[in-house]
Design a protein around this ligand. Structure first.
Ligand code: PLP
Length: 450
């Protein structure tokens, strides 16, 4: 349970770390944001330098699914580092084992019929995926979606729709086109979810059918199978099916970005498995490496021969220790004994029900959505008008949680969605207690704004 030893947060030791960080870190470094400094981690808990303990309902942005120092991961690091720290310029057997494991656990359509190119961040893997799509098809445009977050490099940022991230770095990769994502709570066409007939899926088809728009030059559609930074949105099955069909009709490559939703979090190994569609490429990162610099794009092998033979290697992208961690994480996640993925489905289902019940009693909860331990709680100040809750109150809820020993993070186009994405190893007691505190903080803002 969280143990608050200081009412004043951050405590003196944390304040010193923050002061030092401000001297030596670049202004864009997110760890300088906010007040929470981390010194130790365990399971779903984190400890700051002043010995305050917090329940982490954000898993370090969906990264620490198996906790921050799982004994099997620690042992994998020790064993690999003792044998071989790095393999740059050569192939290590650990890297091959990881690629093999990935091939075995990929969703249908890629499973046992794919190859993987490794990277060191989700952004890097997205860059590789879009380069490959262009090389394979000889086309140049990439379709992405409103609200998407695909990374920070020139290609991945061009596919991202956060203007404050993009504008300082213009011009970005040319040829990025954005289409509406099935964010049904805020439908672009104003439909309610019963009457829409999937206008957003149809719009992609309409756009691709329109002559003289460049639509015949589309190499790939890249989509988050559940939109993460855009608001923790699980789109309807029909939307994802419409994308697959639109791509199939025209030989367009469908790239599924599972950087945040993948690796078991949604109650299946890959979120795309909820939709029954087959990706051509799947981009993964975050929880596979557990914050080690590990990512990759896993590509169907029918494209292998179409790729240029020139070298595209990132020097340290196949680091043996990093790859050993990836392998250990995937083994833990796919171990039927602990069944962490089944557990994510079960705990997530119970949690969602609890939040839906809470929604009935709380004026601020506009929508509860998501699957498994990938849950978005969108807060509004007016349920009928769906007015996003003001940033001031979102900040107040996060701060109250932190002061009571719980870490939560917000996201979304309006910044008004809390994303609940605890480690998959969270204990039921921690989850219950963390959510008690989270809901209490929302209730307090509700009372203060009555
Ligand atoms: N794609 C998605 C869906 C993401 O959520 C992120 C990061 O949050 C990225 C890509 C970029 O990953 P990274 O931050 O590892 O570069």
């Amino acid at each position: 349970m969280p143990k608050i030893v200081s009412n004043e947060l951050p405590g003196p030791k944390s304040r010193q770390v923050i002061a030092d960080a401000l001297q030596v870190q670049t202004p864009t470094r997110p760890s300088v944001r906010g007040t929470l400094v981390i010194e130790e981690g365990f399971g779903s808990g984190i400890k700051d330098p002043d010995d305050n303990i917090y329940i982490d309902l954000s898993a370090g942005v969906a990264v620490s699914s198996v906790g921050r120092n799982h004994p099997k991961v620690v042992e994998a690091v020790r064993e690999q580092a003792t044998k071989l720290m790095h393999s740059a310029g050569l192939v290590s057997s650990t890297t091959v084992k990881l690629a093999k494991k990935l091939s075995e656990i990929m969703p249908e359509g890629l499973r046992d019929e794919c190859f993987t190119v490794f990277g060191m961040s989700g952004s890097a893997a997205v860059e590789t995926a879009i380069k490959f799509a262009k090389a394979i098809t000889g086309k140049h445009q990439i379709v992405a979606f409103e609200g998407a977050y695909h990374g920070v490099f020139h290609g991945s940022l061009a596919l991202t729709t956060r203007e404050n991230f993009r504008v300082p770095y213009m011009p970005l990769m040319p040829g990025a086109i954005h289409m509406p994502y099935a964010y049904c709570y805020r439908c672009f066409a104003g439909f309610d979810s019963k009457s829409c007939a999937q206008a957003c899926g149809k719009y992609l088809d309409f756009k691709l059918n329109t002559p003289n728009t460049g639509a015949d030059d589309v190499a790939a559609v890249i989509v988050e199978s559940m939109q993460a930074d855009g608001g923790y949105i699980d789109p309807p099955i029909e939307f994802m099916k419409a994308l697959r069909e639109a791509c199939d009709k025209r030989g367009i490559i469908l790239i599924i970005d599972e950087v945040q939703a993948g690796a078991g979090r949604t109650g299946k190994m890959w979120a795309v498995e909820h939709y029954g569609i087959k990706p051509d490429m799947l981009v993964w990162a975050k929880a596979v490496g557990g914050d080690m610099p590990l990512s990759g794009v896993t590509v169907h092998k029918r494209f292998y021969e179409k790729l240029p033979q020139s070298s595209q290697v990132i020097t340290s992208a196949e680091n043996a220790v990093v790859n050993a961690v990836g392998l250990a994480n995937l083994e833990i996640l796919s171990d039927p004994k602990d069944d962490l993925i089944g557990r994510a489905a079960k705990l997530g289902g119970e949690l969602k029900q609890r939040l839906l019940d809470f929604q009935k009693t709380c004026r601020l909860v506009g929508e509860v959505r998501g699957r498994g331990l990938f849950i978005g709680v969108e807060l509004v100040s007016d349920k009928d008008k769906r007015t996003p809750l003001d940033a001031k109150y979102m900040g107040q809820i996060a701060k109250t949680c932190e002061q009571r020993g719980v870490r939560v993070m917000a996201c979304g186009r309006y910044g008004n969605t809390f994303r609940l994405m605890p480690p998959l190893v969270i204990t039921e007691a921690h989850l219950r207690k963390g959510i008690d505190i989270f809901l209490e903080a929302i209730k307090e803002v509700e009372a203060a704004t009555a």
